[in-house]
Write a protein that binds this ligand. Structure first.
Ligand code: PAF
Length: 284
């Protein structure tokens, strides 16, 4: 695996891959890699002859009181994971490469509207930070395909909207969430959970599955089922930010004719914010 920390090194390597006629798939990450990331790399391999990953803990997507400083940085573990996933190239830039004129001066890319809803309503500026860095990475790597996890459902949609709005020639692939045997979605932030919280954590997914089953059984009394899920989570010891059912295509409120839906939630367990979602389809 070729590792490069500079834009000039990256461009040289990308040019080499292009000269040899290889299609390039790209998986951006913030490191602390787990089996969910490895699944993204495997999917990337299905779409291209060369897989490029990046590791960059992006300061632009963390709020002032969030965990940027404490976010786990596990370089040697990550290298092993990338090698075992057969990744061809790792781009691991320093902040000076990604924000050369400083964080405040960085040109931003923001998808209006949806960036400030759902998780965006609770993490102001988060998605602007995500789309800004993903756009920059897309410009630097110039991949044919990029792969994102559907655990971050809103991020996946926002990246698709940004790519389409900016006319970027990148196909965006979404990969289903990888879960622990008890249902907990894999996430780097699961490492923050105490043993007690870890036992409770799968109840977030269970609450979403119950919500889904209720909508499938009883139809779209969404406000009531969402409220019920919030109460369930609270009684399990979570502090929910939101539980909402939206349509899959654009994460807007579903209308009477919408069939493809997704239930999304974010909830705190102690000091850890967990997110999850469940896609489902109503019968016509
Ligand atoms: O999902 C992530 O790990 C990050 O949001 C991403 C896409 C790498 C952008 O920093």
């Amino acid at each position: 695996m070729v590792v490069t920390e500079t834009i000039s090194g990256l461009r040289e390597q990308i040019a080499r891959l292009r000269q040899s006629g290889k299609r390039i798939a790209f998986v951006p990450t913030m490191g602390n890699l787990h089996a969910g990331h490895v699944r993204l790399m495997q999917e990337a391999r299905n779409h291209a002859q060369a897989v490029v990953a990046s590791i960059y803990v992006n300061p632009l997507q963390f709020g002032q009181n969030e965990d940027f400083d404490s976010y786990p940085r596990t370089a040697s573990h990550d290298k092993v994971a990338l090698l075992s996933a057969g990744v061809d190239m790792l781009f691991k830039p320093a902040e000076s490469e990604m924000c050369p004129r400083g964080r405040e001066a960085q040109t931003v890319v923001e998808v209006p509207g949806l960036s400030n809803e759902l998780c965006g309503a609770f993490r102001p500026g988060h998605f602007r930070g995500v789309t800004t860095v993903v756009n920059r990475l897309f410009n630097l790597v110039a991949p044919d395909v990029a792969v994102f996890g559907k655990k971050d459902y809103q991020q996946w949609l926002l990246v698709r909207l940004m790519t389409s709005d900016l006319g970027l020639p990148v196909e965006i692939i979404g990969v289903d969430t990888v879960r622990e045997p008890d249902g907990l979605a894999l996430s780097s932030r699961n490492n923050y959970l105490s043993p007690e919280e870890r036992k409770t954590a799968p109840r977030l997914y269970e609450a979403l599955c119950r919500l889904r089953d209720r909508v499938l059984r009883e139809g779209m009394h969404l406000a009531a089922v969402e409220e019920n899920a919030v109460i369930d989570l609270q009684s399990d010891g979570f502090r929910p930010d939101y539980v909402n059912v939206r349509r899959q295509s654009d994460l807007q409120l579903p209308g009477a004719d919408d069939r493809k839906l997704v239930a999304l939630a974010a909830a705190w367990l102690g000091q850890t914010r967990l997110i999850d979602n469940v896609e489902f389809e109503l019968k016509s």
